[in-house]
Design a binder for this molecule. Sequence first.
Ligand SMILES: Cc1cc2nc3c(=O)[nH]c(=O)nc-3n(C[C@H](O)[C@H](O)[C@H](O)COP(=O)(O)O)c2cc1C
Length: 189
Amino acid sequence: MNPFKKFNEWFNQAKKHYPFDHTAFALSTCHKNKPHVRMVLLKKIQADGYIFFTNIESNKGRQFMSNKNLSMCFYWESLNKQIRISGRGSIIDSVSSDKYFSSRPVGSQIGAWASNQSNEIKSRKSLMNKYTSFEKKYKKNNIPRPKYWVGIKISPSEFEFWQQGKFRMHKREVYYLTKSKWQKKILSP
Ligand SMILES: Cc1cc2nc3c(=O)[nH]c(=O)nc-3n(C[C@H](O)[C@H](O)[C@H](O)COP(=O)(O)O)c2cc1C
């Protein structure tokens, strides 16, 4: 089976049965041999990759710019399933980022202007003042996308589908690319 197809099957199952946000995943970056991880949301599924949005000037953005290898991990507890993906990231075209940005709630658009994500701030109050000043500036219509707010597409080179089994006899299916062809192997739990 094509791993993208299998991903869609599991993702759709999670959408139906997972009580929380099934789009949340742990995103890993690696910078100077030091790994970093945090949660983000999967916003778009394409035939050959997965897109999330972030501030490219954040810590993760800077780490990504120095090393384009990324990995993702989804865990849906009520399904007893995990999917791990690793691949290369690339910044999507600005028109697609504009389109997604404009579909976000106005408050989130203003928030993107007010937050220099991952940078130290003086106080919570100074941040909220900044939010209010951008709110006044943009008056809720046609808010432009900050240039630093972008979509990143992860093009996978490996997937692992993990399904919990009885007595820890879990099923692990790995799909990996060799010479542009997907190969499959299974691993011991
Ligand atoms: C469930 C969840 C979803 C999140 N989604 C995003 C997201 O889509 N994009 C994003 O930039 N940060 C998201 N965040 C915040 C990140 O986890 C993180 O705090 C932030 O991006 C800064 O990370 P960094 O300092 O490593 O760049 C989310 C946090 C949680 C808990």
